[in-house]
Design a protein around this ligand. Structure first.
Ligand SMILES: [Zn+2]
Length: 483
């Protein structure tokens, strides 16, 4: 008994020492408020003129719908852009492929790898009944520009083009070639970006970086985070659309046997949702994201995330329960989105199906994630038909030159914001550029509130007038200082 007591006391002492050590580190790493002056300082006149130009772009309803090949709204948008950015359209080499636009601004060293700034021209529908104003009015009020596309992602496209327009007017010549690319069908995962990539390949173009929408500068992005944090998307999760099919004998619904096709599909979905069988893991980029976020957080979360060497195991178990977003960071996600059975209320279907959308993790790819589901499907005699699948994208080297350069620009332009690498749970056009770009960075340097973020693809989308002005100036700073 004496020995047991000694062992317990020793263990307790070790735990106390470890926690004390972790607490001391948490105090040490706390981010201090910056007193540095930002390198960018747009005037009110500039901000107002930008808002008006962006508003004009929002007024054109460039809605993407599957199956719709009418590009007339996009050509109207091009006219608005020509008016907004006369120097971009007259001085740069422009290639238009089916409404998708690519501009090349020749740098001082044409043999060098270029950089590319991108965003999409299309928007999702705006049919939600609870819009406070016409979604395509482009209204400017209360310090914001309102409307569908104001955030996703005409503000990105506007800011990139405006930055180049101003630099052209100032006679600036970049060190390397600078490209502007904008596709018409990102929201429907269309072929616009791949067409531009094919064109770049045919010209033998290779890029150091392609920078697209994705992360942004967010306030309170994580619990207990009070300040601003620039979340730079360094990779995106994979994607699977999976049709799961159940076959049966059919028949009249007045004399049913059990385990009809729809019942088996329901059990399959219920089992997967209950078991959450995908592997939880804090992969490299998620580790880096949490580790870099730690100094920006309040105590005791700062202590936990700032000491991953001690708490990683615990976090891996806890994160899936914290929120759907935290779960998506560490696991493949599964969601049933479509279903079809019989066409008639009193007929048992001889075949029924559901469509599931999965987002495979970097650590559990398409094949491995499907293998997990296969075990459940076999239990209920279900067949799989993979409609579309791709693995997670490559990951930007978040310790590398290009990432660090964005970080440096952020430190200069937004000294009040922390910077973290970020795993994108959704997709962007940027993945197509992996073929021609060494770094596909998914990040728009714009500040947005949580409410604005929540309005993406929902009612009352808006973006701040002042925030757009800073975004323009950031892109200018980025192009001016990129070597
Ligand atoms: Zn978008």
């Amino acid at each position: 008994m004496k020995y047991v007591g000694t062992i317990l006391l020793t263990l307790l002492a070790i735990v106390i020492i470890l926690i004390a050590f972790a607490a001391i580190k948490a105090v040490k790493i706390k981010a201090k408020p910056s007193t540095k002056e930002p390198a960018i300082n747009p005037t009110k006149e500039e901000a107002d003129s930008y808002a008006k130009k962006l508003s004009d772009m929002i007024k054109v309803p460039t809605i993407s719908l599957r199956g719709n090949t009418d590009l007339s709204q996009f050509y109207i948008l091009h006219e608005v852009m020509k008016n907004n950015f006369p120097l971009v359209f007259s001085k740069l080499e422009c290639t238009e492929i089916d409404g998708n636009l690519l501009f090349r601004w020749q740098g001082k060293n044409p043999g060098r790898n270029g950089i590319l700034l991108m965003g999409h021209q299309d928007v999702v529908t705006a049919d939600e009944p609870n819009w406070d104003r016409d979604p395509f009015s482009g209204e400017i009020s209360g310090g914001n520009i309102h409307g569908r596309g104001s955030m996703d992602c005409k503000s990105t496209v506007f800011s990139e083009f405006q930055a180049v327009e101003e630099l052209l007017s100032e006679g600036f010549v970049p060190e390397c070639d600078v490209y502007l690319a904008t596709a018409v069908d990102e929201e429907i995962s269309g072929g616009g970006a791949p067409k531009l990539v094919e064109y770049l390949k045919s010209k033998g173009v290779h890029l150091d970086v392609a920078m697209d929408e994705g992360g942004a500068i967010l306030k309170g992005a994580l619990p207990t985070m009070n300040g601003w944090c620039a979340a730079i998307g360094v990779l995106e999760k994979g994607y699977i659309d999976l049709k799961v099919i159940a076959k049966g004998k059919g028949g009249h619904s007045s004399t049913p046997k059990s385990n009809t096709p729809l019942a088996r599909l329901s059990k399959f979905v219920a089992d997967v949702e209950k078991d959450k069988p995908f592997k939880a893991e804090i992969s490299g980029p998620v580790y880096a994201m949490l580790d870099n976020a730690a100094p920006l957080l309040g105590f005791p979360l700062r202590m936990v995330l700032g000491n991953m060497w001690l708490f990683k195991g615990l976090l891996t178990k806890v994160l899936p329960m914290v929120s759907p977003m935290c779960n998506a960071f560490v696991k493949t996600t599964f969601c049933c989105t479509m279903a079809e059975g019989s066409q008639t209320p009193n007929v048992i279907p001889s075949e029924a199906y559901i469509v599931c959308n999965l987002r495979p993790s970097p650590h559990q790819n398409v094949e491995q994630s499907l293998a997990v589901l296969r075990k459940y499907a076999d239990k209920y005699d279900l067949e799989f038909e993979v409609i579309h699948a791709r693995d997670a994208s490559a990951c930007v080297d978040y310790k590398g030159e290009e990432f660090n350069f964005v970080k440096k620009c952020l430190n200069e332009c937004y000294p009040d914001a922390g910077v973290i690498p970020y795993l994108m749970t959704g997709g962007t056009d940027c993945r197509h550029y992996e073929e021609v770009a060494d770094n596909c960075i998914r990040f728009c340097p714009i500040k947005m509130s949580n409410e604005q973020l929540a309005a993406m693809h929902a009612a009352n989308e808006s973006i701040g007038v002042d925030e757009v002005a800073h975004c323009v100036k950031f892109y200018k700073y980025y192009i001016q200082h990129h070597k």
